[in-house]
Ligand binder design. Structure first.
Ligand code: HEC
Ligand code: HEC
Ligand code: HEC
Ligand code: HEC
Ligand SMILES: [Ca+2]
Length: 197
């Protein structure tokens, strides 16, 4: 028993530091490169990882990875496809790897009333029934792992989101129209229409 414990301890000492210390270094590199981000929402693992508890990379992190972690080489790209370059977003305290305004909170705007979707809770908290199983929502037929508020999601959303809520039998999982759609936040029919994109 003691031998096993010693072996485990040695393994932990050998493995844990390289695994957990190696990459938070990228956060330090990021802040060193862009000092204005210190203390801002960008000074976070979530600027590149989503959900944060895992090693999953977002579009900005993939750009960094593909450029051998050369920050300057990714500055003029628009990784999240919102027409603003990565460097302009970073200077403006916006997320370069996501069209969301805040980490993992997606606001779907539309004519019926906006829906606020908490991605972090839905992908990780056990009562939301996915517990790390990304395929509950991300499969070929469903959401593509790239938040684009200009695409229409009604069909997928009403089957995937409403479907699970109904099946869950959980009263806190909304199944009625205005529990999901916030009437006070409607995308006006005069403003850019989603389907014409
Ligand atoms: C500026 C972007 C950025 C930030 C911030 C960032 N990372 Fe990373 N991280 C990356 C990239 C890019 C990779 C992939 C590196 C590669 O494969 O070459 C990565 C990889 C990882 C890995 C996988 C390492 C492996 O060897 O498999 C872990 C774990 C990780 N990061 C943890 C963290 C944690 C924890 C934080 C916050 C303290 C953090 N990262 C902050 C960009 C970032
Ligand atoms: C309950 C549903 C659900 C689960 C579970 C889920 N996601 Fe998502 N995810 C979404 C939705 C909805 C979006 C917004 C996507 C869209 O509009 O296509 C999204 C977007 C993303 C994005 C892109 C973010 C951005 O800002 O562009 C990434 C990366 C992602 N998810 C990773 C994951 C990973 C990794 C897991 C599993 C650990 C996971 N998701 C589990 C629903 C889910
Ligand atoms: C795999 C099951 C599942 C899927 C898929 C799912 N949800 Fe949920 N959702 C839940 C559960 C369960 C709750 C209630 C959790 C609790 O509070 O106990 C919930 C709660 C919510 C809430 C209430 C507020 C909150 O964050 O708790 C909203 C809004 C919501 N979901 C929107 C969505 C949208 C939009 C989608 C699709 C993009 C979606 N959900 C997909 C299981 C799911
Ligand atoms: C579980 C949450 C949820 C429930 C419940 C729900 N919806 Fe939706 N609905 C969504 C999401 C998410 C979208 C996609 C939004 C987007 O693309 O911006 C959507 C899209 C729509 C759209 C398209 C709007 C547009 O401008 O493209 C209509 C219309 C709509 N829903 C009507 C309804 C009605 C009517 C009900 C009740 C019978 C209902 N929804 C119930 C989540 C929900
Ligand atoms: Ca951008």
């Amino acid at each position: 028993m003691r031998n096993i414990l010693t072996t485990i301890t040695v393994l932990l000492v050998l493995l844990v530091p390289t695994h957990t210390l190696a990459t938070p270094g990228i956060l330090k590199m990021f802040i060193a490169k862009y000092p204005s981000t210190e203390g801002s929402q960008l000074a976070s693992c979530r600027t590149c990882h989503m959900p944060v508890q895992n090693t999953f990379l977002n579009s900005y992190a993939f750009a960094l990875k593909n450029n051998g972690l050369d920050f300057s080489a990714t500055e003029f790209a628009d990784s999240d496809g919102d027409t603003v370059s990565n460097i302009d977003e970073i200077s403006d305290n916006q997320l370069p790897g996501s069209q969301a305004q805040a980490h993992e909170i997606f606001l779907f705007t539309n004519r019926q009333g906006a829906i606020t979707f908490n991605h972090q809770k839905h992908s990780l908290a056990t009562q939301y029934l996915s517990g790390g199983k990304c395929d509950n929502c991300h499969s070929i037929e469903a959401f593509p792992k790239k938040f684009d508020d200009n695409s229409p999601w009604q069909k997928i959303a009403h089957s995937v989101c409403k479907g699970c809520h109904k099946k869950s039998g959980n009263k806190k999982a909304p199944t009625r129209c205005y529990q999901c759609h916030d009437k006070s936040k409607k995308r006006s029919s005069l403003s850019q229409s989603k389907t014409t994109k």
